[in-house]
Every structure is written in structure tokens, then in C-alpha cells.
Design a protein around this ligand. Structure first.
Ligand code: FES
Length: 927
């Protein structure tokens, strides 16, 4: 291939390069100029993460050939800090919490920069238009819009680290301090999985099954390699020195690193080709000596569960992976007491996580150890799994998590890690692997499709007397988190209500679909859709206000849940509903006055609860905290921050417990050689569990320091440079840190504390104490339905969430807004089709124009089990959105949607066949 010589100006610097005609500008910027602030999310112009300015115009660098910049000027996110406007934008993003994981942030900043530079007035709508080409999966866009508008208005002399020093000792908890790791997210220097791969690393191409179910055989792989310069070797199952399996639950480790003669889903890895990056680029997979024989595939749960269906795993007859149940009271007697009994059926599809960062990482062998740098939510789980695969001790594996550009559950499972680790282990050379968007969408885990039947009975007075739930969840070809879904769903399926007579059963069933794993809620969002929409129909049937119906049945302190567990404090669902009451009254009145045109206005409400942490299993986190002679407090925080803000809130809690301000803290992020195991980032557990461990560590270090000064627990600590001052009444003692002995790591004091929330196993009827606490929430959606087109446009979401104690209110709002955006996708547009959904133009997620105004109401009903009363939040916030939207559609049109997403054709069909094809909605005339 003939290279082309180009000259251009990049970020104000003249450059001259020889580029290949097919080279993308993203590759030039990232690999040849080291400007990794330009992120790659799709290589198809869909996500906008790679937005740069070309002669002042926003372009997706992935869609621009490097040769096209010849004689032109390029500006990337790294140059923003050299410009007043750029610095204003960066400061506003940090101040307003507009960056969560940060992978979309450079693209957002560049697009906003271009829009503001035009000098046009920036309304919310104009910002939406300007940023419409950049996708964000974390924030729900609201804080991004606020930040962009604020950047045109605010004083920008503000710096994030100055803001940290404004937070005084004992006052960090409850304060919206900016992210402690926020600066690198807004200046383009945050390193994600694809950003730190060394130049000399070999590349890998994972070869995957093109069929949902197939047998395969290899020909002469060695001859294939020898005929192609630059290729090193082909790895197959035969090359795995340890166990050719991985998984996330010890009893269900079943997914091969490389399939052994039979592939069970489309996209399953069968081999990997290793070579230099150019040779891998040239590789034609069709030329490989690899023959597939397509076999009949079972993609429907119904068929997979049928008697006589082909077993996807011989040891799992009926394709049943796992089942869970909760039984309490006497269901039949409960139904007998009911005045009205209704049933509900709901179907939901696979949902793609669609994080903007595809999976990526690299590995290098260091003596008899392997180091893997990767985007992951679970470093210690990765470490143990890789040790098993390589047949080595866990201590021989070091996991160095990069920043995670969105995870939402899927990056709990292994992706690139076994391939790079195995290749580096066997060759002794560094090896990198970055999934393409289609590869990510094909190979990563999904939200379980669900088929749910529910039945509930209610008295005329509005008391629920009985409820049954039967849910089947398509867990795909391998186990992943299927057993967790089967166990968690029955506990949650009735919602946060008093249900004396209850039977819930959930089954995870194998198909030849993609592996279904963890996705924000472990099946509870799907169950919540069925349950909360059924409750609206029940309220409607007895002519009761839908909020009042929920309030009447809401769980409370000292009332047993369906597993027989009672909480003496912190049950906040009533408080959430009460917080929504005035908004509900206003919205119900407003919709009567809306100018409808051909539209119908609706208001919907839905609730959630969610147990924080593992279900009825041990779940510890350990945090280490030390004081150095230089006066810095080092927080060894191994809980991976995937954008939700755990780095910040855990530091806030440790700071207050210690009694020193946040600005003396230095964060030592997750590294399995350095930080103790703080567990995986999932199940809304980090604020609660790692937070409690951090609080205990802060308290223990405080006790240590007070002992040095012989002071009581009432004393106040103060650190000035290298002097610790202990103030007690009028007495001030000064401890020269330089004078204190240090341990081998240089600490004058070092503590390590662990917290494992108290739970008990569930018995055969699902009775026990599965979680030490739950979080609660209620959301209200206002919308319009076009009754001729079936389109739904959201007007506003009002969300009341009980977080126990808002450690950082701005981060709470960010979680709520981001969860709502994902709930909107679940309700209205997202539908992953195995083998067909390959990119972000055929799998739609909410854009900036799809998320309406969100009003967050923070409810604080402290739970004594949580640190400072705090509960988790990350998963709760997604659960009520979709049912609240469906309930608002029902309210507007009477349409009962049975199959998600509620696309216009389904909405229209449901309007036509629904019980209340009345644009006024069925609940206007209470029965
Ligand atoms: Fe936008 Fe994560 S912050 S994708």
C-alpha cells in the first residue's frame, strides 16, 4: 500500500506524517500522535465519542481518512485547556457532575465548544441539537446540558481541587463535593482499556462462531501461520494450560475460553490469532483452515424448556440452569378473600449494555507473573479466574483496572482478559486486544429476556390479598449471572409492599442466545414492569387513585417482607410516595388542561425496592487507610469506580470518620497488588458495603492517631504540612510526623477494616434475611401519546429515591438521571436481536433528545445498617422508569403493552385492542 505524505496543524502544532490511504483519523490521533483523549466507541460514526474539530467543524474522527486532514487544522479535547472557553467548559463539567465514566466527555466537550463558539444563544434545545451526535450511556444528559449552559454564564476561576479544600473536616458527608477523580475525565487524560496498550504489543483477533449453534474443526493451523508473515500463532482450547472455563459463580463456571468442537451461541470464541498489528489487520478469517457445520439452534425459551428439547448442556436437563422461589402465607386463601383478581403477562427482549467503551485491555508477563490491565468491574474475581485458566496461583496474577467507560454489570464477566493473558503468558510478549463495536455487541452479556405471568387479588378497600409470579428468564448459552437472577427476582417480584400471601418462582433457562448476565438490577427491572403495571390495573379496577393504592399497601418498618425479614428502620417507600404526592396532584390536574391535538396526555407512577449486596451470601469489602510522614492520608480503595462515583463517596465517608478534610487524602485506586479486596462493583453495594469498611477504617485510624497524642475521642484533628495537631478543649498537642517511626511502606499509621453485611441463607421456601438493607424509590412520568402514530413523547420524570443518607447529593442526582435514561430505553426503544443487532445504528439507545426534564427528590430514611445511614442506589433508579412510562401510556390511552419495547406499532396495536381506547384514559371514571 502506498503511503501518503500529509501536513496538518493538530492542536496548534504543525505535523507531517506518512499515512495509509485507509487509515482512520482516530488511529492517527491516538496511535501516532498519542492523543488518546479522542475515544473510539463504534468506528461507524454512531456514538460521537471521537468528535474532533476539523477546520472548526465537528466531525467523527472515525469517519475521516487521515489523508483528508492534509493542509487543514484539527483540534482535539486535549487542546481545550489552552483556550479560555475550553477551560470554562471543563470547569462547568466538573462542577455540575457532567462526567460520570467520562468516556463520552471529550466528544461532548468538543461538540459544546464548537456550538458555544458560534456565539449563538444556547437554550436547552440548542444544546440538545449541538450535542445530539454524541451518545452518553451514564448521565442521562441532564447534567451535561446544565454544564454547557452554565459554562456560558458562570465565573470560571474555579478549580476542582480548590473546591475539595473548601470541604472541612467532619463535613464531607452530605456535601456535593466534585469527583476526586474528575479532572482527568474532563481534560482527556483518563486512561481507559484501549488507551494504555504499549506500542510494542502484539495484537489478537478472536475467531468466533458465525452460527448460533455449530460444530467446528480445524485444519493445519501451523501451515496457515507459517504462510503469513507477521502472524505468531493461533490459540485454541488445546493451548489453555489450566481450566478451559470461566464464569462468575463458582458452582456455575461453564463458559469455555475457547469452545471445544461445539459452539453454543453466535459469537462464541473458538480460536484467537496472534500477530503484529498490521498482520492481524490483514488477516482474512475466511481463509483460515476452520470448518463450521451449522446445527439446529434453539433461540426461544418456550421451545428450550419443552420436554424433549435438545439439551444445550448435557448436565442441565430441560435447559434449566437455576430456579428460585419465595413462598409465604396461603396464596389460595388470599385469592379467596379478594374482590378483584387480575392477571398480567409481559415479555421483554435482550437488552444490550451499550456502554460507549468497548472491552479492551492488555497483558504482559513479568517473570512468573502475569499483569493484566483492563476495564473491569471485578478485579479480584478476574484475578482468580485467570489464575485458574492459566493453571497458576492467584498471587501470580495482577489486575490493574483502567478507568471503565461504562459497565452496568457486563464488565463483571471476563471479556478480553483470558485471551490477552493466555497469549502473553505463552509468548512472553505484551499483547493487547480491543473489541470492535460489533464484537462487543456479539460477545458481551445482555439483560435477560423475560416472560412473566403475574396474578394478584385485591379487596374493594384496596388491600392486596395475594400475589403469584411466574417468571422465565432466557439466560442464553452459558450461566454467567443467571442463578443470581433466579434467586434475586422472587425476593423482589412483589415490590415494596406488604404481601402476606405470596408465591414467586423464577427460572433461568438456557437457549442458544447470547449469554445473559448482570445488567443493572439482575432481573428485577423486568419483574417490576409486570408488577407495577398490574398494580395500576388493580387500582383502576377498584376505582382507587394509583398513588393512594400503593401508599395503602406500602411496606413499613417492622412489617415483614415476603421473606419474613423485618427492618426496624430505613424502610422508605412511604416517604418516597408521600414526597411525590403534591407532584402527582399537580400532574393529574395538568394533564386535563394539556392542548392535546391528536395526542393523549398521561401520568404514570411506579415504585421499586432493591436489596443492596449479594443475595443471602457473604459479601465483604476491605479498605485500607494510612498516614504518611508528609501528612498525606492514603486511601487504598479497591472498589472500581465505573462512573457512579464510588471513589468520591468512599473518600467522603473515610474523611469524616477520620475527622480530616478531603484534600489531605490521596487515592490509591484498584490494583490487586496494592489494594485489598473491596469486592465487585455490582448489586448497588459499594456505597453501603465498601462505604462502611471505609468508615470503620477512618474510625480506626483516628483512634490510632489519638493514641499517639494521648487524647480522648472528643479531640479534633488537624494536619498542617507534617504536623498533626490534636485539639481537645484548650489543649493543643502537636505531633511531628517526621519524628514517628514508619513501617516498611512508609506509613506512620496504617489500618485495614472489613465489613460484611449480616445476612442469612434462604430456606427452601425462600425465607430468611437476604439483605442487610434495601433502598426504595418511586417515579412519576408525564407524557403524551400520539394516538395516530403511536409515538410517545416524555414531558417530565419526577423521581423520589430513598438513599438513607445522600453522601453526595450531586452524585445521587447523576445516578437517578442516568438510570432513568436507561429505563426510557428499556421501555421505548431497546431491543437486541441475536445475530442482527451489530452496531449503535441498528440498536438504538436514548439520545440527548429522548430524555426529558428530570426532577430528583432525595429522600433520607436512614438505615442503621448503612454507613451514616446510607443505602445503595445504582440499580434502584432504573427499575421504576419503564413501568411508570407504561402506566402513563395506559393512563393516556388505555393501551396495555404486553411486549417491550413499546414501539409505535405496538402502542398503536394496543390502543386498538386495549380495554380503554379512550384518550382520556381508563382511570378518569373510577369504577
Ligand atoms: Fe457519558 Fe459514561 S459519562 S458514557
Amino acid at each position: 500500500m502506498i503511503n501518503l505524505g500529509i501536513e496538518a496543524v493538530v492542536n496548534g502544532q504543525k505535523i507531517a506524517l506518512d499515512v495509509q490511504p485507509t487509515e482512520r483519523l482516530t488511529a492517527t490521533l491516538r496511535q501516532r500522535l498519542g492523543l488518546t483523549g479522542t475515544k473510539v466507541g463504534c468506528d461507524a460514526g454512531d456514538c460521537g465519542a471521537c468528535s474532533v474539530l476539523l477546520d472548526g467543524e465537528v466531525v467523527c474522527a472515525c469517519m475521516v481518512a487521515a489523508s483528508q486532514i492534509d493542509g487543514r487544522e484539527v483540534m482535539t479535547a486535549e487542546a481545550l485547556e489552552n483556550d479560555d472557553l475550553g477551560r470554562r467548559l471543563q470547569a462547568a463539567f466538573q462542577r455540575h457532575g457532567a462526567a460520570q465514566c467520562g468516556i463520552c466527555t471529550p466528544g461532548m466537550l468538543i461538540s459544546a465548544f464548537a456550538a458555544i463558539r458560534t456565539g449563538a444563544d444556547l437554550s436547552e434545545e440548542a444544546v440538545g441539537d449541538a450535542l445530539g451526535g454524541v451518545l452518553c450511556r451514564c448521565t442521562g444528559y441532564r447534567k451535561i446540558i446544565q454544564a454547557v449552559i452554565a459554562s456560558t454564564l458562570e465565573d470560571v476561576s474555579w478549580k476542582a481541587d480548590e473546591a475539595l479544600s473548601d470541604v472541612h473536616a467532619d463535613a464531607a458527608v452530605g456535601c456535593s463535593v466534585p469527583r476526586v477523580d474528575g479532572i482527568q475525565k474532563i481534560d482527556g487524560r483518563e486512561l481507559f482499556g484501549a488507551d494504555g496498550i504499549p506500542e510494542n504489543a502484539l495484537s489478537l483477533k478472536v475467531i468466533r462462531s458465525p452460527y448460533h449453534h455449530a460444530r467446528f474443526t480445524f485444519g493445519d493451523l501451523q501451515a496457515f501461520i507459517e504462510a503469513r508473515p507477521g502472524l505468531e500463532r493461533i490459540l485454541t482450547a488445546d493451548d489453555v494450560p489450566g481450566v478451559n472455563r470461566h464464569g462468575v459463580i463458582p458452582a456455575f463456571v461453564d463458559q469455555p475460553v475457547f469452545a471445544e468442537g461445539r459452539a453454543r451461541f453466535k459469537g462464541e470464541a473458538v480460536a484467537a490469532v496472534l500477530g503484529d498489528p498490521e498482520a492481524i489487520e490483514r488477516l482474512k478469517v475466511d481463509d483460515m483452515p476452520l470448518t463450521f457445520e451449522e446445527l439446529p439452534a434453539c433461540l426461544e425459551m418456550e421451545a428450550a424448556a419443552e420436554k424433549g428439547a435438545t439439551a444445550i448442556h448435557d448436565e442441565r436437563p430441560g435447559n434449566l440452569l437455576a430456579a428460585g422461589k419465595v413462598l409465604c402465607g396461603d396464596v389460595e386463601a388470599g385469592f379467596a378473600k379478594a374482590d378483584v383478581v387480575l392477571e398480567r403477562h409481559i415479555e421483554t427482549p435482550f437488552i444490550e449494555h451499550a456502554y460507549i467503551e468497548p472491552e479492551a485491555g492488555f497483558a504482559r508477563r513479568v517473570g512468573d507473573r502475569i499483569e493484566v490491565q483492563c476495564c473491569t468491574q471485578a478485579p479480584y474475581m478476574n484475578r482468580d479466574a485467570l489464575a485458574d485458566i492459566l493453571g497458576i496461583e492467584a498471587e501470580q496474577v495482577r489486575i490493574l483496572p483502567t478507568a471503565v467507560g461504562g459497565g452496568f454489570g457486563s464488565k463483571l464477566d471476563l471479556s478480553t482478559q483470558p485471551y490477552v493473558a493466555l497469549a502473553a503468558w505463552l509468548t512472553g510478549k505484551p499483547v493487547g486486544l480491543v473489541y470492535s463495536r460489533p464484537e462487543s455487541m456479539m460477545a458481551s452479556t445482555k439483560r435477560h429476556p423475560a416472560s412473566i405471568n403475574m396474578r394478584a387479588g385485591v379487596t374493594r378497600e384496596g388491600q392486596i390479598t395475594a400475589l403469584t409470579f411466574d417468571g422465565r428468564f432466557d439466560t442464553g448459552a452459558y450461566a454467567s449471572w443467571g442463578p443470581t437472577v433466579a434467586n434475586r427476582v422472587p425476593v423482589h417480584a412483589g415490590g415494596p409492599y406488604t404481601l402476606p400471601n405470596y408465591r414467586a418462582e423464577a427460572r433461568a433457562i438456557h437457549t442458544n442466545g447470547p449469554v445473559a448476565g448482570a445488567f443493572r438490577g439482575f432481573g428485577v427491572p423486568q419483574a417490576g414492569i409486570a408488577q407495577e403495571t398490574l398494580y395500576d390495573q388493580l387500582a383502576d379496577a377498584i376505582g382507587m387513585d394509583r398513588l393512594a393504592f400503593r401508599l395503602k399497601n406500602a411496606l413499613d418498618n417492622n412489617i415483614p417482607t415476603v421473606t419474613g425479614q423485618s427492618f426496624r428502620d430505613g424502610v422508605g417507600i412511604k416517604a418516597c410516595l408521600e414526597a411525590l404526592q403534591p407532584h402527582w396532584a399537580r400532574a393529574c390536574a395538568d394533564k386535563e388542561n394539556v392542548d392535546r391535538g391528536r395526542g393523549a396526555a398521561g401520568v404514570g407512577i411506579a415504585c421499586c425496592w432493591y436489596g443492596c449486596g449479594n443475595t443471602a451470601l457473604p459479601n465483604p469489602s476491605t479498605i485500607k487507610l494510612g498516614l504518611r510522614r508528609d501528612g498525606s492520608v492514603v486511601l487504598f480503595q479497591g472498589a472500581v469506580d465505573i462512573g457512579q462515583g464510588s471513589n468520591t463517596v468512599i473518600a467522603q465517608m473515610a474523611a469524616d470518620a477520620l475527622g480530616l478534610p478531603l484534600d489531605v487524602f490521596r487515592l490509591e485506586s484498584a490494583d490487586t497488588d496494592q489494594t485489598p479486596d473491596a469486592g465487585k462493583t455490582s448489586a448497588s453495594r459499594q456505597t453501603f458495603i465498601s462505604g462502611m469498611a471505609a468508615k470503620r477504617a477512618g474510625e480506626a485510624l483516628r483512634q490510632d492517631l489519638l493514641r499517639h497524642a494521648n487524647a480522648s475521642g472528643e479531640a479534633r484533628l488537624d494536619l498542617q504540612e507534617r504536623v498533626l495537631r490534636v485539639v481537645e478543649g484548650d489543649a493543643i498537642r502537636e505531633v511531628m510526623l517526621e519524628s514517628l517511626p514508619v513501617d516498611e511502606a512508609g506509613f506512620v499509621a496504617l489500618v485495614e477494616e472489613t465489613f460484611d453485611p449480616p445476612t442469612t441463607p434462604l430456606d427452601d421456601n425462600g425465607q430468611g434475611e437476604p439483605y442487610a438493607l434495601f433502598g426504595y424509590g418511586a417515579q412519576m412520568v408525564e407524557l403524551m401519546v400520539d394516538v395516530e402514530l403511536g409515538t410517545v413523547s416524555l414531558t417530565k420524570v419526577t423521581a423520589a429515591h430513598d438513599v438513607g443518607r445522600a453522601i453526595n447529593p450531586q452524585l445521587v442526582e447523576g445516578q437517578v438521571e442516568g438510570g432513568i435514561a436507561q429505563g426510557i430505553g428499556l421501555a421505548l426503544m431497546e431491543d437486541y436481536r441475536p445475530g442482527r443487532s451489530e452496531n449503535l445504528h441498528d440498536y438504538l439507545i436514548p439520545t440527548i433528545g429522548d430524555v426529558p426534564e428530570v426532577e430528583t427528590i432525595i429522600v433520607e430514611e436512614p438505615a442503621s445498617a448503612g454507613p451514616y445511614g446510607a443505602k445503595g442506589l445504582g440499580e434502584h433508579v432504573l427499575i421504576p422508569t419503564a413501568p411508570a412510562i407504561l402506566n402513563a401510556i395506559y393512563d393516556a390511552t388505555g393501551a396495555v403493552i404486553e411486549e417491550l419495547p413499546a414501539t409505535p406499532d405496538r402502542v398503536l396495536a394496543a390502543i386498538e385492542s386495549g380495554p380503554g381506547a379512550n384518550p382520556q384514559g381508563p382511570n378518569h371514571e373510577p369504577g
